[in-house]
Design a protein around this ligand. Structure first.
Ligand code: FES
Ligand SMILES: [Fe+2]
Length: 462
């Protein structure tokens, strides 16, 4: 575990103060706390607005809404991207809504018809001479800092944010071999959930819940479609060990074997050395997650299951097969050493609001955004990004569901996570619950996110 030893800012009210492994529930239930997050965290921190592919052409724009703030990110004629507060400098009306393309290379406020260039400069004000004189910069849409990494467009409303790539450390180095910027959406879904945005984030940045919530993932030795009845205590010896690594601005966890299982797990480890057992787990992910394993990787797993056990571990064989298939099918596949793979593979929390699980072929991602008023609601997005052969990127749109239950295509594993969410949030309101006590090895990603947040909420963010 990386020890970041961050010092907490002073002046955190008692009801919101973190312990060493304790997080008070009020941080998830108080309206005041949500307001502080919206006012002091989301107006300062670098955050993902959209994928660069969502604004492909000059004039393409995307409205990013968080709380009561609306930012427009817009592709310029030279291919660069600018971001601006989405508020007309006349009487404040939103200039754009949703996504689209600026007609005639200009943005037009439909209230009184003021016009702006793609970079926000004012180009037309009817009867301008009837207004008081102001410096020309004040007629322009107010700029927001913008940056790009990994194919995402980031924005920060802070006056002087840190350099984006510095802020993102160590993701930039660790994930460079995976070339996330060359990935494109396979699918993307959005809904709202009856829980605080952090309740949902927390369910995706630790692996300790895997045997409890996803018991079938420990049972792939016999079949790619294992049963999901609750695990008995003795089955927990098969649980993956998912240590969290915490960094100054982000965190990560990885799936490993428990260091302390000794030979209790020997029978299973022997089973895991059989190619078809590893193939089962990969095929399960393709069918019931719809990411982590692409359709092409699924075919590689089918080949793997016909192979005899040998010197080379199935895990390595699988990676070789995936790469060979991808290259044969025209994918500019990210080739890397196993050391580089292990340096970037796993589950990353891009603080504050995005989680990505990174594989060579694809990324499974989540974004959770706070509601503008209600600490018990949030926006939830789930998406898969993949490396496609050139010219074969599918057309995709955000599929939007009012309630997550309105869609039956989440897959078994994500459904298990979603089923929990409302009850986690409901339990937090219990008079019999004060806050969460975190596992020191496998849940400190949650604690770390609160420590980072406190720098913004009660300090100046640095
Ligand atoms: S509010 Fe935009 S033109 Fe008047
Ligand atoms: Fe889960």
């Amino acid at each position: 575990m990386t020890d970041t030893a961050q010092t907490a800012p002073t002046g955190v009210p008692e009801k919101w103060a973190l312990g060493e492994t304790f997080v008070p529930k009020a941080r998830y239930t108080d309206r005041d706390f949500l307001q502080r997050e919206l006012d002091k965290l989301f107006t300062q921190v670098w955050q993902i607005a959209c994928r660069a592919e969502e604004i492909p052409d000059p004039g393409s724009f995307h409205e990013y809404r968080v709380g009561k703030q609306s930012i427009v990110v817009i592709r310029q004629r030279d291919g660069s991207i600018k971001a601006m507060h989405n508020a007309c400098t006349h009487r404040g009306m939103k200039v754009v809504s949703g996504c689209g393309r600026a007609e005639d290379g200009e943005l037009r406020c439909r209230f009184h018809g003021w016009r702006y260039k793609l970079d926000g400069r004012s180009t037309f004000v009817p009867s301008r001479e009837e207004f008081a004189e102001r410096p020309s910069s004040e007629w322009a849409l107010r700029q927001v800092h913008v940056g790009e990494w990994g194919g995402w467009v980031f924005v920060s409303m802070a006056e002087n944010p840190p350099e984006l790539l510095d802020w993102l450390d160590p993701l930039v180095t660790s994930l460079a071999p995976f070339r996330l910027e060359d990935m494109r959406f396979r699918w993307r879904k959005r809904t709202t959930l009856p829980a605080n945005w952090k309740t949902v984030i927390d369910a995706f940045i630790e692996g300790y819940h895997t045997p409890g919530t996803h018991p079938q993932t420990m049972r792939t030795a016999e079949t790619p479609a294992p049963p999901a009845h609750p695990a008995k205590p003795q089955e927990y010896v098969y649980a993956p060990y998912t240590p969290t690594m915490t960094y100054p601005n982000h965190s990560r966890f990885v799936y490993t074997q428990r260091p302390d299982t000794g030979d209790k797990d020997a029978a299973r480890q022997k089973a895991q050395a059989r190619p078809e057992v590893f193939a089962n787990a990969m095929q399960y992910n393709y069918k019931e997650v719809g990411s982590l394993v692409t359709e092409r990787d699924y075919r590689a797993a089918q080949q793997l299951r016909t192979m005899e056990p040998g010197e080379v571990p199935p895990f390595l064989l699988y990676h070789q097969l995936c790469e060979e298939l991808a290259l044969a099918e025209g994918v500019k596949f990210p080739q890397m050493s196993m050391q580089e793979y292990f340096g970037g593979n796993g589950d990353w929390h891009i603080f504050p609001s995005v989680v990505i699980l990174v594989e060579k072929s694809c990324v499974l991602g989540y974004r959770m955004l706070p509601d503008a008023d209600d600490p018990d609601r949030c926006v939830f997005e789930m998406f898969s990004l993949e490396h496609f052969p050139e010219g074969e990127v599918p057309e995709t749109q955000w599929q939007v569901f009012d309630r997550w239950q309105d869609h039956d295509g989440w897959g078994e594993l994500p459904t298990q996570d979603l089923v929990n969410i409302a009850d986690i949030q409901a339990g937090m309101h219990s008079e019999g619950f004060d806050g969460m006590w975190l596992n020191k090895a496998q849940e400190m990603s949650i604690h770390n996110a609160h420590v980072i947040a406190d720098r913004f909420l009660f300090g100046d963010g640095s």
